[in-house]
Design a protein around this ligand. Structure first.
Ligand code: SF4
Ligand code: SF4
Length: 180
């Protein structure tokens, strides 16, 4: 018999039931994970490391706190047990870097934060403050490189943090409308 009480949060009850069933399973080695059919409400997400820019849009979109950033490093992290397989992260990702993986992970790491994507930090070329990732800055340059605001020497502003960008705009030799 199970010894847990039903919780108001159905997901919490489901977690306790799964843990209970796992403890009662025959002692033969269990697989590390069991694949589940599409639309199952348990699973992981795979992130294409070559496509992800660590923009963290998926973290904002995740309604379950499954995807999280790391305030200390450019990392995307996942707590698998929280993932509902709702797909909001995959639909939000501008790089189509996320694939859902319905499954029941039977290892303790299911409850732990694990890194699913990480990148080297990018430092401001003027003050060296870390403010993004190398791939994120490269993606921004690819998107904004043709904009009139970032031509010539001003192109370097895309590699500056927000503070230095403002300082550079107000100290540089900008063309003024009154000079034309
Ligand atoms: S997976 Fe997509 S949305 Fe999430 S950080 Fe990477 S690029 Fe951004
Ligand atoms: S599928 Fe849903 S719950 Fe899972 S990580 Fe993506 S947004 Fe979060």
């Amino acid at each position: 018999p199970a010894r847990f009480a039903l919780q108001a949060d159905k997901r919490a009850t489901l977690e306790m039931a799964l843990e209970h069933l796992q403890r009662q399973a025959p002692r033969s080695p269990l697989p590390s994970a069991i694949a589940l059919p599409p639309a199952a409400p348990l699973g992981s997400v795979r992130v294409d490391a070559d496509a992800c820019t660590l923009c963290l849009s998926c973290v904002s979109a995740c309604p379950a706190g499954a995807l999280q950033d790391n305030p200390g490093q450019p990392q995307l992290r996942l707590i698998e047990k929280n993932c509902l397989q709702c797909g909001l992260c995959a639909r939000t990702c501008p790089e189509q870097a996320i694939t859902l993986e319905p499954r029941l992970l039977l290892e303790p790491s299911r409850r732990e934060l694990r890194v699913v994507a990480e990148q080297p930090v990018f430092r401001c070329i003027r003050c060296s403050t870390p403010f993004g990732t190398e791939r994120g800055i490269a993606a921004m340059i690819a998107r904004l490189g043709a904009h009139p605001m970032f031509q010539g020497a001003a192109a370097d502003r895309l590699k500056m943090c927000g503070d230095c960008r403002v300082i550079d705009i107000h100290t540089g030799a900008e063309s003024r409308i009154t000079d034309l």
